[in-house]
Design a binder for this molecule. Structure first.
Ligand code: NAD
Ligand code: MG
Length: 419
């Protein structure tokens, strides 16, 4: 689908002094008064990204919510459905769906992974925000793009697992993928302003997580609580652990490759503890352009939901004097091997990134349950990749098979490694 249309019915509907009249980007009366709302479906609305998206929705007359989903927290989902007058919700947990259907009779409750896909294909949405966590997000991503619906994608695992097929599907149906991940939103905006063939390299910044600066030995006994204490971002549990191991940056490397079609050797990662610079592009003439802002996911979520418009987001303007210093350092790949593992799996291609992702999900959840040490996470991933090798990906079914096999193998390895 081409870029979403501007929601102005006609020039006469635009307020005097708006962008259509003055055309100046500093003119803040540009927000169109008469709008045709774009129909938005939010998947994973009870999570960190999902709830922040609902904050944005409350201030967005150009968006009409048509559905919500969660895994099992049905009370919160029903409350959200009531507050936003939504008529259809989906819960992937069957019991949770049954409980919700008992108490909420204002609309329909869909159940299971099939119910989630039905919610997507029957929603009539113009835009789906996929804010699920893990490879469970792949099915809804495929359903959305298969229907030709634009996708605001927070669920980076969809691209890690099925990048080639997902991008090919979007190209076939004309649906757009708008990144929600802050680094990718930054890169998307930077790249959009350049001519084809002028961008040499992409640079992803990483906060370094709570254990930046520690040696491998000092990571041996870190606790779940310490790993969950991220210095700059407040996020869901799984991505917070991914940030502590730096696997998050490995997943983002693969995400960037698929979103922007840039070969892996031309994507760099640099540690930037302040999380102010979100992404950087290096151009053919020696110039580098960066995207800056305080770490607040409302900004990239709002960008994806309103694209190609920009709307006001109530965040403080960046005060560089108050920030003081922006520092950068190389990744310590000895202490944090996950980035190397991701790069190797990405380069191997085929089912390797899918196996990497599934093994990571199993290992992270085992760590969160205190069944695996922190350094056990990369160990389980590496051993799973070694055991399963690389298979070609011919269809989505090869990915679902590889995902299942990797979960089985990683589960066995977790048991073997258990402290
Ligand atoms: P979260 O754990 O806070 O929320 C996940 C949501 O998905 C919840 O609504 C949950 O009910 C639902 N869910 C979980 N497992 C599911 C399953 N198997 N089937 C169906 N629904 C399921 O996660 P989050 O931090 O909001 O992250 C969501 C995605 O966005 C992840 O892919 C993450 O990497 C990405 N992301 C998050 C942030 C952030 O700041 N939180 C930043 C960048 C990218
Ligand atoms: Mg990110």
């Amino acid at each position: 689908m081409a870029s979403a249309p501007l929601f102005i019915r006609g020039a006469e509907a635009t307020e005097p002094g708006s962008a259509a009249v003055t055309g100046h980007p500093l003119d803040h009366s540009r927000y169109p008064r008469t709008v045709i709302a774009r129909r938005l479906l939010i998947l994973g609305s009870t999570g960190s990204i999902g709830t922040q998206a609902l904050d944005i929705l409350d201030r967005s007359p150009d968006l009409e919510l048509v559905g919500l989903s969660a895994e099992s927290r049905w009370e919160v989902l029903v409350e959200q459905a009531r507050a936003h007058r939504v008529r259809r919700i989906a819960l992937t947990d069957q019991d949770a769906a049954a409980r919700a259907a008992e108490v909420w009779t204002d609309g329909e409750v869909l159940a299971g992974p099939e119910g989630l896909v039905r919610l997507v294909v029957e929603s009539g949405a113009d835009l789906v925000l996929n804010a699920l966590v893990g490879s469970a997000g792949l099915g809804p991503t495929v359903a959305t793009l298969g229907e030709g619906i634009d996708l605001a994608l927070a669920n980076k695992e969809s691209l890690v697992v099925g990048g080639e097929l997902v991008v090919a599907l979007a190209e076939a149906t004309g649906a757009q993928i708008l990144p929600v991940d802050s680094e990718h939103s930054a890169l998307y905006q930077l790249i959009a302003a350049e001519r084809v063939g002028t961008v040499d390299r992409l640079v992803l910044t990483a906060s370094g997580g709570p254990f930046r600066g520690r040696t491998r030995d000092q990571l041996e006994d870190v606790t779940v609580e310490e790993a969950l204490a991220h210095p700059t971002w407040h996020m869901g549990g799984k991505i917070t652990i991914d940030s502590a191991t730096l696997m998050n940056k490995g997943l983002e490397l693969i995400e960037a490759h698929h979103l922007f079609g840039v070969p892996y050797p031309r994507i760099d990662v640099v540690v930037h503890p302040q999380s102010i610079v979100h992404g950087l592009i290096q151009l053919c003439d020696g110039a580098s352009l960066a995207h800056l802002g305080y770490p607040d996911m409302h900004v990239p979520i709002s960008y994806a939901l309103h694209h190609p418009e920009r709307v006001d987001v109530p965040v403080p303007a960046l005060d560089l004097a108050a920030v003081g210093a922006l520092t950068f350092e190389a990744v310590d790949e000895h202490a944090f091997p996950c980035l190397r593992l991701a790069r190797e799996a990405a380069t191997a291609g085929g089912t390797a990134p899918c196996v990497l992702n599934a093994a990571n999900e199993v290992a992270v959840h085992a760590f969160l349950r205190d069944e695996l040490g922190f350094l056990g996470i990369p160990a389980v991933i590496e051993a799973t990749l070694d055991r399963l090798g690389v298979e070609p990906v011919r269809a989505f079914e090869s990915l679902y098979e590889a995902d299942r096999a990797a979960r089985r193998t990683a589960g066995e390895l977790v048991l073997a490694q258990a402290r």
